[in-house]
Design a protein. Structure first.
Length: 287
């Protein structure tokens, strides 16, 4: 732990951290899929939600974003996130994000769709927190970037933002010397950030350099030591130390894949359980 003035900066490098323990005891959550039609995008954007048994009004909620080659079902199909979240008293929502980098590109406003359509719909239908103290946003890879970036742009919405293996330098990735040559990645980035204005507005590094007029959410991010995006995560950690932004950064053995993500999502959920509190419920829960 480092102290700089009044700010506590939690920057942790765990080169050989032990594997995460499974959350116990097993809990059977309530799981539903909602086929939401987005007016902003002109297409369906389904989401899945898991609620702890007997969830009451204002249940803390984690919005968990998928990666580039994924969809709204990935987290439920590839991990035990619904049981793990329920054991901690959390609701978890996994919205569809397409390949849009959770960014408002011309003609494809994925960020607005999430904030202005998905969140209100979840809060109308289910007894989840509808205010900042009870909300977190997190994700892996593309979704890790999206979670940190959305929280940086809208700090009044979330108390916690977390990234697992995030492509945190997404807008400038294709110009980096160490940028991945994966065609799907590069093409999707060109579509999401087609011009300098869009790229600048969604540059996580630039957003976090700006002085904050609103309290920032606590930032957590981690990356595997054999992950191709480790360098940009280390650069982000250095920026946050310099800017005295409260955060926690972990680096541990692992690659850019589900074996790593399956372990690390448990750490994100545990952190959310510690940092979130039951929030205000939406006044109109529609079933």
């Amino acid at each position: 732990m480092r102290r700089a003035g009044a700010a506590v900066l939690l920057t942790t490098a765990l080169a050989a951290a032990p594997a995460s323990r499974a959350v116990s005891p097993p809990v059977t959550p309530r799981v539903e899929t909602v086929d939401l039609h987005s007016v902003l995008l002109g297409r369906p954007i389904p989401y899945r939600i898991a609620l702890p048994a007997g969830a009451g009004a204002g249940t803390p909620v984690v919005y968990l974003l998928h990666g580039l080659d994924g969809n709204s079902s990935n987290w439920f199909e590839r991990t035990e996130v619904e049981e793990q979240a329920a054991a901690l008293g959390l609701a978890v929502v996994t919205p569809e994000g397409g390949a849009g980098w959770y960014t408002d590109a011309p003609g494809a406003p994925w960020e607005r769709a999430l904030l202005d359509e998905v969140l209100p719909d979840v809060e109308r239908r289910f007894p989840v927190a509808a205010d900042r103290p009870g909300r977190a946003i997190a994700g892996l890879s593309m979704g890790g970037y999206g979670a940190l970036k959305i929280a940086a742009r809208h700090p009044e919405r979330f108390a916690l933002a977390a990234s697992i293996s995030g492509v945190v330098a997404a807008p400038s990735h294709n110009a980096r010397a160490d940028g991945s040559r994966w065609a799907l990645l590069r093409e999707s980035l060109d579509r999401a950030f087609p011009d300098p204005v869009t790229a600048r507005a969604n540059d996580l590094f630039a957003l976090l350099r700006e002085p904050g007029g609103v309290e920032r959410p606590f930032l957590y991010f981690d990356c595997g030591l054999d992950d191709p995006f480790l360098a940009q995560n280390r650069e982000l950690a250095a920026l946050l130390v310099e800017a005295k932004v409260p955060h926690e950064f972990r680096q541990r053995p692992g690659t850019h894949g589900w074996d790593y993500w399956r372990e690390q999502v448990v750490e994100v959920l545990r952190l959310a359980a510690r940092r979130l509190r039951a929030g205000a419920a939406s006044p109109t829960i529609r079933r």
